[in-house]
Design a binder for this molecule. Sequence first.
Ligand code: KIV
Length: 281
Amino acid sequence: MKNTVLTLLQQKQDGDKITMLTAYDYTTAAIIDECGVNCILVGDSLGMVMLGYENTLPVTMEDMIHHTSAVSRGAKNAFIVADMPFMSYQASVEQAVINAGRLVKEGGANAVKLEGGAEVCEQIRAIVKASVPVVAHLGLTPQSVNVFGGFKVQGKNLSKAASIIRDAMLIQEAGACAVVLEGIPARLAEIITEKLDIPTIGIGAGSACDGQVLVYQDMLGLTNGKAPKFVKRFADVGALMKQGINDFINETRSGAFPSEEYTYSVSEEVIKELKEEGVIQ
Ligand code: KIV
């Protein structure tokens, strides 16, 4: 069954946790979709995990459309959310609506996600009015990395916690259909989840959220370096890949691959005829 804004809302009301994972390509999207994950996020994290940038800031609309359309061809039932990249919605409301529309029209997204609270409510209102569902994103919003001075947990002091709660109320009022809460204390996420009618989807925001999202490379052990505290490695696919690749190298070098099992044959009759025709000796 296709997940929609309505099924996600129903999940919140039923206390049925929402699952969301990132995907950026056709093959991964098909695997994640087959597992029955509710939502696939084509995150601008693709700038880091797919394109090797240091942060999400260089990601373009063209990058997002390219990857979103691959994901939407692979996923049948998941609700597909595409990130609006840095500077695709901040400069003007009109630009925000045009770019949100492109992610739906050209990328096949079911909804768009943008970062921020009060400062993007006008954009949320206009995009929703144009019939595109909007997922908001509060807390540690990676596009503000330069303002935060790094990827740091947000909402730990009174004024920041109060402003995140206020923003959560405002984005709901503006028409957002869900909100991602990233890198905030669990108790703050719990308060916001209780206050809002729309689902909260947490990443580094504790277990009280209505759902959880992770970057698939992080949770499958495909990323290098020290992972943030909130990342649980559910499998070590990176080690499995290295094992397979090393086996390929060794078997190719030794001649063990390809064995007959992986080889096409031709009848001796044809070889004999090739000789008779003088094609080979
Ligand atoms: O871009 C992304 O993958 C995200 C998640 C971290 C929520 O925004």
